[in-house]
Design a protein around this ligand. Structure first.
Ligand SMILES: Cc1cc2nc3c(=O)[nH]c(=O)nc-3n(C[C@H](O)[C@H](O)[C@H](O)COP(=O)(O)O)c2cc1C
Length: 176
């Protein structure tokens, strides 16, 4: 199995774009862009996100007791890029507010999912962070979508209308 064959196949899978945040014991904020966000269980309410073991945020998240998943909205491409960039202060733009569980969150997100850490599963080169959902906040904004290594969005205008079957519209190719 070639790594590139898998990444090519996965590029065909449209997915959400999230910024996952936490705070460590010293009050330092941590965050990273993730498209691996998925729901796991309704009872109990569980979700997951996968975090690369080599990421600079790995120790902070695997030591954390809670984390907040910000589901980014159409137009938040720059936020997604910033929280994926290495060696920069991802919070310098000052666009993250204190939200659920006292964690950094985006008021422009189309949903926020606040979790207590439920389990951390060792999975190859990633750790799967499984969170028990303790709070949510949703907004009717159109979500940002990652597809074919590009940021795009559902062709429908709002999250409500997105329930109508419409094809995905690709806006532009991103650098990722
Ligand atoms: C659209 C997009 C989705 C990403 N999804 C994930 C993900 O699900 N898990 C992950 O560990 N890294 C993901 N990354 C990479 C991280 O955001 C980040 O770039 C990486 O952890 C390296 O950061 P570091 O400088 O903190 O080590 C994604 C990046 C982009 C642009």
């Amino acid at each position: 199995m070639e790594r590139t064959a898998l990444t090519h196949a996965m590029a065909r899978v449209p997915g959400p774009v999230t910024v996952v945040t936490t705070i460590d014991g010293t009050g330092k904020r941590w965050g990273f862009t993730a498209n691996s966000f998925s729901s796991v269980s309704l009872d109990p309410p569980l979700v997951l996100v996968c975090l690369n073991k080599t990421a600079s945020t790995h120790e902070a998240f695997t030591s954390a007791d809670r984390f907040l998943i910000n589901v980014l909205a159409h137009g938040q491409d720059a936020v997604a890029r910033r929280f994926a960039q290495s060696g920069v202060d991802r919070f310098a733009a000052d666009d993250m507010e204190t939200c659920e569980l006292g964690l950094p969150g985006s008021h422009g997100a189309c949903a926020r999912v606040a979790c207590s850490m439920y389990s951390i599963v060792d999975a190859g080169d990633h750790s799967i962070l499984i969170g028990r959902v303790v709070d949510t906040c949703t907004d009717d904004r159109t979500p940002l979508v990652y597809y074919n290594r590009s940021f795009t969005y559902p062709a429908t205008a709002t999250a409500t209308e997105a329930r109508v079957e419409e094809p995905v519209k690709i806006l532009h190719l991103a650098d990722w």
